[in-house]
Design a protein around this ligand. Sequence first.
Ligand SMILES: *[C@@H]1O[C@H](CO)[C@@H](O)[C@H](O)[C@H]1NC(C)=O
Ligand SMILES: *[C@@H]1O[C@H](CO)[C@@H](O)[C@H](O)[C@H]1NC(C)=O
Length: 220
Amino acid sequence: MKNTIMFLLLTWCTITSQDKGDLRGQVFSFPEEYASSYARLAPLLSKPLSSATICLRFYTDRLGSISLLTLNITGQAAALTISRHSPGYQLLIEDKAIFFYGFPCYLNKWNSLCTTWNGSTGMSQMVINKKPSVRKVAHAGGSLGANPSVILGPDKGSFMGHITDVHIYDYVISPSEIQNYMQGNFLRYTLGNYLNWGSVDYSINGYVLVEDIKTLNSWN
Ligand SMILES: *[C@@H]1O[C@H](CO)[C@@H](O)[C@H](O)[C@H]1NC(C)=O
Ligand SMILES: *[C@@H]1O[C@H](CO)[C@@H](O)[C@H](O)[C@H]1NC(C)=O
């Protein structure tokens, strides 16, 4: 009986925990490949997005498909998803997927990724480790619904590794801001006005841990 209660408590604790705070210098670690292990972040603004920039850094040892970030709107199909399905990175907006090819797949190393989307023209681009993709069109004239949650890690796919420095802006940030983000020094870039890693409200489902970035022994 006592064991059962302990087990239930442990299970409950790993299934959801709510927190709020400054995650700079911290990472979300996804140590097991469970589709049910993800972090849910609440945006700072509740308005629909008619343009966006999404920046994050990830660290993985997976060569195959990985899900990185999803903007999920309750009761609707995912509004926007960023994932990698080798050999390309995919941006899915509503039901239109576009792929960006030709990026090397760096394993066991931090990868910095920014995606920009201008909703009026639909022009989208990914910049990964300072390398800019071709600009392509996704969902021109569209906007993304209000009040999404930002899901890190698997929504439908899977992810294993670490994610940090997630910033979302409700506009297309300038090339020099993207370069500043790619340098990795958080004092030098503008923090997201839609989602700011320095002040984030989040909950965790499944086995995801918040760890100090130093515990990774990663110097790149
Ligand atoms: C995202 O939204 C879809 C559709 O509403 C839902 O099936 C899925 O469970 C949601 N994912 C999360 C992690 O909330
Ligand atoms: C979207 O692109 C159009 C045409 O280049 C430009 O006028 C507009 O300012 C852009 N919007 C954003 C949010 O960058």
